[in-house]
Write a protein that binds this ligand. Sequence first.
Ligand code: FAD
Length: 397
Amino acid sequence: MTSSSSPLPATADVVIIGGGVMGCAIQYHLAQLGVPNTVVLERSVLAAGSTGRSQAICRMHYSNPVTTELAWQSLQVFSDFDARVGGQSGFVGTGYLVVVEDVDAAGLERNVAMQQELGVPASLISADDLARLAPSIRLYDDERAAWEPLSGYANPYLVTTSYAQRSREAGAQIALRTSASAIELDGERVQAVTTTNGDRIAAGTVIVAAGPWSKPLLAGVGVNVPLIPVRHQVATVARPVERVPEHPTVGDISQSFSFRPDGSAFTMMGFGDDPETPNPDDYPEGVDPSDATSALHRLGRRVPGLADSYYRGGWSGLFTTTPDWHPILDAIPGITGLYCAIGFSGHGFKLSPAIAKAIAELIVENRPRDIDLTPLRYARFAENDLLQSSYRYRVLA
Ligand SMILES: Cc1cc2nc3c(=O)[nH]c(=O)nc-3n(C[C@H](O)[C@H](O)[C@H](O)COP(=O)(O)OP(=O)(O)OC[C@H]3O[C@@H](n4cnc5c(N)ncnc54)[C@H](O)[C@@H]3O)c2cc1C
């Protein structure tokens, strides 16, 4: 990989801004399509942003077909990563349980029916089914559940660096500790990216995949994307394995949090979307003790055997949200050669293989082969044609 001290090329076919899972996976797919003359610019190190802080839960429960399909295509890549990409994804199949209150039962039924129409293995389950599938989990009388047998979690660092390694082998370049400062236009066409080190790479195609930092980059060329960062916390507890040897990954919509196993002896919880809008360059990166205590209480209510687990530590990261909590995957209208893969709203990791493939195809072949990204177009905000969620806890569907 190119480091900040290595010279950057003067020209490239494509410059990708951001070395998270999206930027690296897009670069890989461009190389697969015969476009290896590309550069990823990463201001820090690979996966330094949301990717490295992700819980990396891979489930397919969504309220709309396009993200369900992206999640399903991606799951098939994560679970067969070495054969399909090369390298490790760290995927662990745990099964995925969605729990909602009765008030959300219609949404749950609708989502599962839609999944089944798309061929996704998913079903509504009863309390008796759950007792067989996951005896450690408690379902209350006013709750309903659905089950995905193939879902689980992966390792976001391994996935990102595996894509990067495969791209590098194909001849692509990755410049670490190299921050893009501006996108240069020639009239209404992209012509170059400049860096804070004073370098300039001429390129006719630029992809912005810079997480919450995408907003100022795009504002520099007059594009105002509706991105708002939201702080989200993750905490890990030691699991008393003699009582709870295993449990599935759970999207606990009833209690507005999620949890998954973390290896064989820990459980990882995600919780606490902070109402304050954080500064991506300066926000509290630790865990608020009161929020961790509240999450542990919810965990104990859902898995009574984990009620007195002890807290091992945690961190915070940023969701880059859009008004409908779904990404913007598009060519930017009015600027030839400018694309964005942004606004993943806390659930982009699980979609990354399919999104990256679709964006690479959009660039090289003018349209994705296996998915129609129209519902995720940039213009949907101006057209007031937003995606709808079945639930109030939007990150979970
Ligand atoms: C706490 C947490 C838990 C999550 N849990 C899940 C989950 O369970 N399942 C799931 O699917 N998703 C989850 N997500 C969301 C998922 O992690 C993200 O959607 C995904 O990682 C986004 O990847 P990205 O490459 O777009 O962004 P990022 O990983 O943020 O990458 C953007 C990169 O751009 C770089 N950059 C920024 N500005 C510049 C610049 N000017 N020049 C060069 N480089 C620049 C940054 O350093 C960064 O590395 C979670 C996120 C968080 C924060």
